[in-house]
Ligand binder design. Structure first.
Ligand code: C5P
Length: 220
């Protein structure tokens, strides 16, 4: 089986996939696919009244992503919709829509189109199992719900959004449970993935461990 020049990073919410993806993509010189953001964009368009048929066209034609060292911004035409997409409300709708076959089908080709020969870091829930089963390197990044809720709390605070910690833990656990138990593309590690539990690891420790893996696989 010929392998694709792809590093998949799957795992539950707030496990640190986003920052690991950005840092390692920069190190490798690969493009990034933040698939959660695509699901969130899908939710955004569904809220603004688009029907399910129109949404994938709108994502293809009206959305642009701009990546920088610390974050990614999403522009809808000229409007920056990043913080709207990052809200917990949008996450909940994304999680509900992501269980529908039509949503996953619509987003499958859009996600695969992100790959080119330069290499790709694909971050999500089913990157290694469904979207890119032939990826050369697969990571499943996880951490305890409490640690993830703390990280998400800090991230939301930085964005100026205040949320209650207990509500956040409950939301994260509920969303994980739904992602894990859905019939389509459930959140499970690919058989050939390396599982990293980052509960007691810093961002730098996770990054340097990942660099050891990429050195072996991509020689970088
Ligand atoms: O990763 P993020 O929290 O932005 O994803 C939002 C939601 O989109 C997740 O809770 C999940 O339900 C859904 N999702 C998915 N498959 C992916 C990425 C995200 O079902 N590959």
């Amino acid at each position: 089986m010929s392998k694709l020049k792809i590093l998949t990073i799957d795992g539950p919410s707030a496990s640190g996939k986003g920052s690991l993806s950005r840092n390692i993509a920069k190190h490798l010189g690969f493009k990034i696919l933040d698939s959660g953001l695509l699901y969130r964009t899908y939710a955004y368009f569904s809220q603004s009244g688009s029907n399910i048929e129109e949404i994938s066209n709108r994502i293809k034609n009206e959305i642009s992503f701009s990546f920088n060292e610390n974050d990614v911004s999403i522009l809808h035409k000229d409007k920056d919709i990043t913080s709207l997409l990052r809200s917990e409300t949008t996450a909940k709708i994304a999680s509900e829509l992501s269980a529908l076959p039509k949503t996953r089908e619509d987003l499958l080709t859009i996600q695969r189109d992100f790959y080119n020969q330069e290499g790709l870091v694909a971050d999500g829930r089913d990157m290694g199992t469904v979207v890119f089963p032939k990826a050369a390197l697969k990571i499943f990044l996880t951490a305890s719900p409490e640690v993830r809720a703390k990280r998400r709390h800090l991230e939301l605070q930085k964005r100026g959004q205040e949320v209650n910690m207990l509500d956040l833990i409950a939301d994260i656990e509920l969303r994980d449970m739904k992602d894990r138990t859905r019939t389509l593309s459930p959140l499970i590690p690919a058989e050939d993935s390396v599982v990293i539990d980052s509960s007691n690891m810093s961002i730098d420790e996770v990054l340097s461990f990942t660099k050891k893996l990429t050195k072996k696989e991509f020689n970088k």
